[in-house]
Design a protein around this ligand. Structure first.
Ligand code: ATP
Ligand code: LTN
Length: 331
């Protein structure tokens, strides 16, 4: 059994996109054979924004089905729902007392969220990274596979761990972000200056894992490009084409040089549908398997119950250590 531990999670705040798949899940699947992995659906993070309860419930189960359908094996990994393991909330409170207002104030995601959700700027949005630090530190994680946008949060978790260890000795392992070389930041198809994200108001900018082949083809055909007419990796001059190349490279494994050679002299009218086809074929089995899994809720329930039980065992060991160190009286 591998001894290095991995933790990662996605919040069920929208339908998963090609960005979530390439930036996160695809790498999780690759790591599952070499590491001891926990993959979580972070529903407690999701409630920092207002959700329709029925939609949150549905999305949580859909996300679980999509994890498994993408190739995450619930026997090899611990796959579970965050709110099922109460230790996350408990450690989050404790770590909040070792997190500084100033450092939380500097988080880019907090600044973005404050702008986007000025009508509901709740304290959960501010302490969100503390809960994320608890997720990671609770399992003594070594590596946290995430997209580029989450690097700052993992670094904060590390800083909180260093601070805590500085007072109490070696309690937490120091985690590191693990960012993919290609695909760490997939961009919107309609606005290649911004990240493809599941909460984007423009559904044409994001490809969703559950999109039909037809919808995927249409979105790629309409993707914003340029008038230069050559398939070349140059994010400054050709952000749209470079984004499509990144997507194509991630799903086919081909290098940028190979892609440029493949489409030499063939215009975007050939390139765009080729990217769409490759994405359709990557997502098709995931969509079909997700649909199959969702038709048997009892099988999904077995997965999340077993996952929560196994996660809680590890979490409780860490929390016991923490409780003792800070002087709480044991039960
Ligand atoms: P939301 O729109 O609800 O904020 P999101 O689409 O930005 O969500 P997250 O749930 O925040 O996605 O991210 C899940 C994981 O996928 C994280 O590790 C994140 O870094 C990664 N990820 C999300 N979008 C992208 C993207 N466009 N490119 C690469 N990685 C991504
Ligand atoms: N904040 C992350 C989701 C997240 C996470 C985590 C990722 C919550 N807890 C722990 C990795 C490890 C996001 O917004 N994508």
């Amino acid at each position: 059994m591998a001894d290095k531990r991995i933790f990662s999670g996605i919040k069920p705040t929208g339908d998963l996109t090609l960005g979530s798949y390439i930036g996160a899940i695809k790498n999780w699947v690759e790591l599952q054979n070499d590491y001891d992995c926990l993959y979580c659906i972070v529903d407690m993070h999701a409630i920092t924004i207002r959700n329709d309860p029925e939609v949150l419930h549905r999305r949580t189960l859909e996300q679980l089905a999509q994890y498994i359908a993408s190739g995450l094996d619930p026997k090899k990994n611990i796959v579970y729902i965050q709110s099922h393991v109460a230790q996350h909330a408990e450690l989050s409170w404790i770590l909040g007392c070792y997190s500084m207002m100033g450092e939380l104030n500097r988080m880019t995601q907090f600044k973005d969220m404050s702008r986007k959700h000025s009508d509901n700027l709740n304290a959960g949005i501010f302490t969100y990274p503390v809960l994320m630090a608890a997720d990671i530190l609770l399992y003594q994680s070594d590596l946290v596979p995430v997209g580029e946008d989450q690097k700052q949060h993992v670094e904060l978790a590390r800083n909180i761990a260093v601070r805590f260890n500085g007072v109490y000795g070696d309690v937490f392992k120091l985690p590191e972000p693990f960012i993919p070389k290609v695909g760490a930041r997939i961009r919107s198809l309609t606005d290649p200056t911004s990240k493809m994200s599941k909460s984007d108001e423009d559904p044409q900018g994001s490809v969703y894992i559950m999109d039909s082949p037809d919808a995927i083809m249409k979105k790629f055909k309409r993707a914003k490009t340029d008038s230069l007419g050559c398939v070349r990796f140059d994010p400054d001059e050709q952000p749209g084409i470079s984004n499509l190349m990144t997507i194509y490279s991630s799903v086919t494994g081909r290098s940028f040089d190979e892609i440029t050679a493949e489409f030499e002299g063939k215009g975007y009218g050939v390139f765009k549908p080729a990217v769409a086809e490759a994405v359709i074929e990557t997502l098709r089995p995931i969509r079909e398997e997700s649909e199959r899994l969702l038709s048997d809720r009892s099988q999904l329930a077995e997965v999340y119950r077993d996952g929560a039980r196994r996660a809680a065992e590890i979490a409780e060991d860490t929390l016991n250590l923490v409780r003792g160190k800070i002087g709480f009286v044991g039960k």
